[in-house]
Design a protein around this ligand. Sequence first.
Ligand SMILES: [Zn+2]
Length: 238
Amino acid sequence: MTDGIARDGRFTTGTTDGAETDAELLDDLISCGRAVVSAGLVRGSGGNLSARRPGTRNCWVTATGTWLDRLTPDDFSLVDIETGAVLAGNRRPTSEVLLHLASYRARPDANALIHLHPQLSVLLDAMGEPIRLVTIDHAYYLREVRSTPFTQSGTAELAQVAAAAVRDGANCVILGHHGCSVLGDGLELALKRALNLEEAATATYRALMLGRSVPECPPEYLERITAAEAGSAAVGAP
Ligand SMILES: [Zn+2]
């Protein structure tokens, strides 16, 4: 077993993925697709995924029209991040391929991007309600949630808006009236962020439904984490 996502498809607790070959990376993407659909974060053929092996200039991205819980190795395109040229695999990458490419260009440290349509995250954002970080998991994995105004899907403009939102290191962006774009140093961390994003939105929604103010994770928790990280201390995930 390697760190990250085990080859048998189970997600392990490492912070980076262990894919050493393109075939392993595609296995990880296929497992990730099943996980996000089973979590209810996307319906039908919505959403798309990509990942690259660290240090490489190409990414594997899901093809257009694919259902994320039915992916096979034939459902991915290998795309040059700088030029957008399709180098191998499926010849028709997702219509949101520009979102993936622009985000990787903005964030050389990111090796995975998960784009989904999580219902409560998008609803709260459309209502102008910030998604609160209630638990230590929300705070640790999300840190902050960025929001971008509605922009037509599949366009270079959306790609630029989303990439600008993550350029300074943010990893979770809500694309107005549409979905989320979540980055990670590998698929496992991106998945944890995507899951925690919708969980934080759900907690926020429930508190609002109760007519109560939404309780947020005490700020001293994140202050301690960020101070430790600034000092290069090892910080364990909650
Ligand atoms: Zn979308």
